[in-house]
Design a protein around this ligand. Sequence first.
Ligand code: IVH
Length: 685
Amino acid sequence: MEPAEAKQRIEKLKAEINQHNYRYYVLDSPEISDAEYDELMRELQGLEAEFPQFLTPDSPTQRVGAAPLEAFGVVEHPLPLLSLGNAFSKEELAAWYRRTLKLTGSQKFDFAGEHKIDGLAVALTYVDGKLTTGATRGDGLRGEDITQNLKTVRSIPLSVRGDFPPRFEVRGEVFLPKAGFEKLNRERAEEGLPLFANPRNAAAGSVRQLDPRITARRPLDIYIYMLGYAEDRATPPTHWETMQYLKSLGFKINPNNQLLKSIEEVEEYYARWVERRESLPYEADGIVVKINQIALQERLGDIGREPRWAVAYKFPAVQGTTVLERIDINVGRTGTLNPVAILKPVAVGGVTIKHAALHNEDDIRRKDIRVGDTVVIQRAGEVIPQVIGPTPDSRERARREKEFSLLDKLPKNDKGRPLCPECGKESIVKPEGEVMYYCSNATCPAQAQQRIEHFASRGAMDIEGIGEAQSVILFNHGLVKNAAELYRLEEKRAELLELENMGEKSVENLLKAINASKERPLARLIFALGIRHIGGETAEILARRFRSIEPLSKASRDELMKIEAIGPKIADSILAFFRQEENHKIIQGLKEAGVRLEEKGKTAEMPLDGKEFVITGRLESFSRQEAEEKIKALGGTAKDGVTKKTSYLVVGADPGGTKLAKANELGTPQIGEKELLRLLEGKAI
Ligand code: IVH
């Protein structure tokens, strides 16, 4: 392609992808499928790799995360970021209102009611319509520069549309939706990492990562809740209209915000959301009441670090205490044995709680939680609440059950060996260095159903119409025993039609959706297989490296460990997966059904695909490790010794004799640092 043509196509793709991002992440109403979106992104990435001169910082490809930082820079806030005063009761709200009335005199005003989202305050600066800086609140006057991380948040526009001020700042709350928070903690529990206590800590931890690639993996979202300042352009006279205006520029505004005419309407708004807070996809700890008229806001001003024109009216706490009656063990998708707290039913914030998550044996011991204890439970947005720990008096009680042991809870065979509580097999393992116990039986029914559900889920093969309920039905009726059998449902139309809630039309749609999933990119398929410890990110790395399932299934431990980002735990998990006969059968079944098991064509990003490098001596422009990382990032491999398979020996200053001698003996091509640099730029040598 000619540069001029490439430039045009890149511009077109960027505009198109930005629009799809906006529809998906801001409006929540996508127009194209994930697969079509992926296709556009891949085309753009390919072109930008080929024509790097046309790559701009506001390209949607730049959301994946830049290289890690040593430390965050400091941002001075031109206008301080304030915090809010609290009201914990109706009386305290009334007192705030009376104080306000005294100061406003006869001037009429109304209110904006908003949710107080439990996340992290950020200030976003736009110059000439482009996002230039994203900063944390810090101490209100100076925050941290987290621009690179915020760029990975899909609902933050990298550039705005419409009639925008030449320079302006908006403020909002970055948060992790409840579902994302739970998923993150589940993954952390499996990996034995400390859990985040609530979505706010999780959001803060995600946004304040020195490595933006980690942030990029967390499903962060944002709601903009005010305009900080705008230069050289008149902005609307009320907060409410300002929010509508920001919405028109492309910012994401909470649809649950409401214009309220009186303090009674504020009370009603509060009461409504106290009731419904559980149904919200994010964690909110109260409402924020703001005086709507900006001129009045300015007149009221601040006191200390708090504006007089706004107040946080907090929801009642969502902790409760109850008795831990039992600890049961559930079997998860990848065979994890998850301890679950069975509680004496208790109402917490209007919902009756009977079970709570306990994560893993180490966590239970660390918190010293024992059956019979009175425990504090917290609903921090999770569908399943968490056990925080025993209450202090329960710690001191003399007669307590002994320390929790997961193995004690499992059924045993006559030899006293532990059995899986679901399949009854003697299949319990605990890999070295891991905190979780697993059932290693690939045909364990509890796992099989959840694996089908995972296979079809969004981010995996994305088969619309197969969620938890449907996968349970299909599995329990014996119609689908593993993922591959999804693709044989075509032959079972008659049986499908007999299922409850399945008419001609829904069967038709289901089969269509299944068929459409055959062409998903390899990374999604690898993720969909449900290999333990392989998330979307690792699946992509594996897809890029192996380009097909077959070589991945045959890769040795050494080969896997050579890949950046793959450590012994993941390598062993991949090996364990492909050791299971059952999994090969599934892959064979997928192949026979016509599911794509390899990557389509070569991408421009992987110019060193299949090339093996050995480096000897000192390099000038980077350390050896950096050079090796760059080689790997472009699809090549880096080895320590010269063999017949070596593509190039890179010779730096003061090279080692052994490698040179071996290369001379085998006739291995030898290149210098300059040539290596050319190869890394995708050029020929
Ligand atoms: S307005 C001057 N609106 O609450 C007004 N804040 O304690 C200050 N927050 O740091 C902020 N949702 O992080 C406002 N709808 C909302 C909010 C909100 C959450 C947070 C914000 C702020 C803290 C104040």
